[in-house]
Write a protein that binds this ligand. Sequence first.
Ligand SMILES: Nc1nc2c(ncn2[C@@H]2O[C@H](COP(=O)(O)OP(=O)(O)OP(=O)(O)O)[C@@H](O)[C@H]2O)c(=O)[nH]1
Length: 306
Amino acid sequence: MAIQWYPGHMHKAQKEIAEVMPQMDLIIEVLDARIPYSSSNPMITKLRGDKPVIKVLNKRDLADPLLTARWVDYLEQETGVRALPLTTQQPSEIKTIIELCRKLVPHRDQAGKNIRAMIMGIPNVGKSTTINILADRIIAKTGNEPAVTKAQQRINLQNGVVLTDTPGMLWPKVENENSGYRLAVTGAVKDTAMESDDVGMYAADYLLLAYPEQLKQRYQLSELPETGWDLLEMIGRKRGCLRSGGKVEMNKAADLLLHEVRAGTLGKITMETPDMVIDEEALIAKRLAEKAAKDAQRKAKFKGRR
Ligand SMILES: Nc1nc2c(ncn2[C@@H]2O[C@H](COP(=O)(O)OP(=O)(O)OP(=O)(O)O)[C@@H](O)[C@H]2O)c(=O)[nH]1
């Protein structure tokens, strides 16, 4: 299923969330542990104000444990939020969210009042599976096609917590082009306007840098090439993705690599690190500042001419 992020949809979702937000005591944001930055929604920080937030790094079973630990440190130390690496494959882990909700909003708990939590997440991060585990029953439809969750729901967890499912569909970090690639690599966004060879090449370039040993082992390569393109070609040859003349079908090789990353057969892989995203954010800020300066110059020139 294709997901497109239209400004109109985004605006509507933002408005609906802003309306419900004052009645909430805390926010649970479900992220994908393989892309904690790219799977987060850019407006949540602004909308939640100073309400406590729990960032669930879900699908930790697929993510690199060392990097997950680094993300937890980063999120807790640099941004002051609680981060819980979890997997819905271990329901008992998911249940720890409830205890943390109680800890973070002690005044409601001590007064014997329900804690009102809003659960948010971009499509396909595992929000519905999480809700079903927390509620001990099937409430939300799950599936590997993004955008299964639709209507807003309020769920009494019967343990002092009332969960509100986010109205509307939450969008990820769309303003960062690299995030678009990483969302596509992990299968978080199945959209896309992107060609699978481009996405495969992004994955291949990154994997060469970050997980060379896993590549060698999985594809039985004694040496690794310099570029992602060459890597895809090697994988294509090894796995028989060939045209009749013996040339490698690059899009097939790309699909194969992406399938392995998504299924976890290449090992536990995280597609972004805190350092990486800090650099990217700095670059985006620089570009935006340059654009603003140019726009201002253009405006000044235009005014001068009139
Ligand atoms: N490996 C792994 N897969 C998971 C985990 N949690 C969810 N999934 C899978 O991810 C897919 C999406 O899960 P959902 O719970 O439907 O995701 P969602 O965020 O509710 O998605 P929408 O309904 O599109 O909003 C399903 O195929 C789940 O089985 C996890 O912790 N580990």
